[in-house]
Ligand binder design. Sequence first.
Ligand code: HEC
Length: 467
Amino acid sequence: MIEVILLIAWLVIFSIIVAATYQLHHSIKELKVEGNYEKADVIQTSQNWFYALIVIASVCGIGILYLFLKGTIYESHFFEWLNLTVRLIHITFGIAWIGASFYFVFLENALNRTEGVRDELAGNLWAVHGGGFYYVEKYKLAPKKIPKHLHWFKYEAYFTWLSGFCLLAIVYYFNASSYLIDPEVLDLLPSTAITISISSLIIGWVLYDQICKLLSNNKVVFTLSITALVFLFAWFYAQVFSGRAAYIHFGAFLGTLMAANVFFTIIPGQKRMVAAAKKGLPPNPEDGKAAFLRSYTNNYFTLPVLFVMISNHFPSTFGNSYQWLVLIGITLGTAGVKHYLNVREKGELSVWVMPISVIILFGMAFMTAPTPPKYENCQEIVSFTEVQTIINNRCTACHSSNPTDAIWKVAPNGVKYDTADQIYNLRDKIFQRVVVSKNMPFNNNQTQMTKEERDMINCWINQGAPK
Ligand code: HEC
């Protein structure tokens, strides 16, 4: 009953918001035709707030839809599409954000600062792209007159963070006991785990912010402190969450620092710079310095965050017994690659940065390699029939064209073990999940596979997987 009332209320409110937004759109168009641009600009701003309202109302609408679907056979389907939608939004904004950030770092590095540069400029740059020629100038301080249409780059960052946090909630908070918590790591209650997750992001930001404020004068001390903080969090998450959740949280931690840098430091600083320039005053150099420092660390965080975003596909990384060390290694290696790109764009010579980064990354591939065959542990030859029986008992509840599982109505990731061929062809992946990372059967070994069964699969693979 309550959901029906909510639905009707929602329909009314949503229609009003949409109608009002449309009306504003119309007025802006008319004002522009009349040539009243100033008033059109004012209305444009309020229209932006209405767009925000539409987004908020849509989120509420999805919440109400969930009330209807909760407990029905459509519940997991609902979550799958919610996951898909939010993930797509997340990567789209993320690409826009990182793309813009890479572009501006490139501009900064590649700017022509010497030839034919006017006095008020820091440099300029010519580029050709998409069939057109572009010419960009960077000012030393602010231009004499702030142009009316000044483009800001902030919503990419905000929406990447917001959608990322929603995704974290959809995947890890709603399914805390299967995804976030691993009783073998730490047997947490879902509410405790979620509290740790959220507070770690806040504490991480406070610590990072203090380091930036207090230690930025000494470059070596600053770099070492930030590195230590980042390593500490990689280690910490591995002590509390499941392997994959620990990795995603490390990415969420770095992503939070990056977005908070934009929100709390970079954009407010730029707003003060614009306000000063409008009054004809010189900008406060501290604002510029702080913004530079934050952009600088963001730049090194990008590749590690991108790795974390795809890490869930690679169980050999998050499934390793020293997974936090692997994460630290990959963070160092990928940040090193970014450093090389920065140095190269500046045209400076760097002999060691790239080789060392590649060696570290190779080291991680080496470290996560499966242990070599141990024939001595296998007393008898394991036959394929025995393997097939194990898989039928422990896996086909989910991995089948007709899963019997209560939640998984479609074979997860399309992986099915109905026939002998299907099992045989996917033997490497079975070995990976059952023996190496041990994170199947899903949901904390839901179908209760025994250690003997895992050993038998191990032996079968090590005996050359006879069919
Ligand atoms: C309770 C349901 C369930 C059971 C039982 C289960 N799985 Fe899974 N499996 C999943 C889900 C969900 C995924 C996707 C999430 C993931 O990759 O961790 C998955 C993914 C996989 C993948 C990764 C496929 C890919 O494309 O990367 C493999 C391999 C796998 N399972 C093997 C097994 C094996 C072998 C067993 C039996 C020992 C098993 N699973 C039992 C639910 C299950």
